[in-house]
Design a protein around this ligand. Sequence first.
Ligand code: CP
Length: 328
Amino acid sequence: MRHLLSAADLTLDEAVGVLDTAEAMAATQHRMIKKLPTLRGRTVVNLFFEDSTRTRISFEAAAKRLSADVINFSAKGSSVSKGESLKDTALTLQAMGVDGVVIRHHDSGAPHRLAHSGWIDVPVLNAGDGTHQHPTQALLDAFTMRRHLTTGGDAPAPEGSSLEGASVVIVGDVLHSRVARSDVQLLHTLGAKVTLVAPPTLLPVGMESWPCTVSYDLDAALDEARPDAVMMLRVQRERMSSAGGGFFPSPQEYHRLYGLDGARLARLPERAIVMHPGPMNRGLEISAEAADSSRSTIVQQVANGVSVRMAVLYLLLAGGEETPGGIS
Ligand code: CP
């Protein structure tokens, strides 16, 4: 792997390899080894053209725990607001001698453009582009599911394990969700059966080629799929207004038909975990009762994101070849 642009680019062996490497990274954190020397002397740039809390901070924490130097670049307050292009921003970073670029961009395809334009000659890691892809989110979601499926809790998953036989239901605003696209592709590669549930107005066209089942009826889908994990998606109201589209059904109707409330939570199989990539709209796609329940892995997902991002930075920037000191 030279870049990490799309969950669809990962083979089964590569995906399992990232998850296993993330377990090794998590083990070092568990052993209170605060820093590994693996990326000492390397510089990682966090290039964020769109807002983020979890992804930006966890990429920064991951790079620092690998001893890399980190430069945080936010489009707000930079020369991007004076009209500077992605090309000139990239050439500026190349001139400064960076070793890896983590990019979040509002335009689908921007990370691909950066990786293949020739403007910059370093690994590019997609931290979310438009409605297209968010591969590290999919990896941390798969990491969280794999732990729960194989251990029944949050203990390390056995090396080499996949998600074969797992049932995952993903609910909500699929139309605007890069998380849904990435999750469906990666979970399918790992052997899980995926059911997407959404109102017809929040499903994209051309879904026939997606490797999943689609339903408009959440209660029927939960009864049918008997899921091991339910992933609630954020309703992305900001993308609806910018696209000129309205929010249909109404927020109240959406919560009634597609929200994970206490009653639906109680009807889930006992083993099922509740997931959300964050940030949440509490009271819309998920109730506080569900978000804060003992079955919720939402906080674990955030913690696991640091281990997963350490793994991808290590694999891409150190080539997985140097001995990652402290990893057993
Ligand atoms: N899940 C996710 O991408 O969250 P942020 O937008 O806060 O990074």
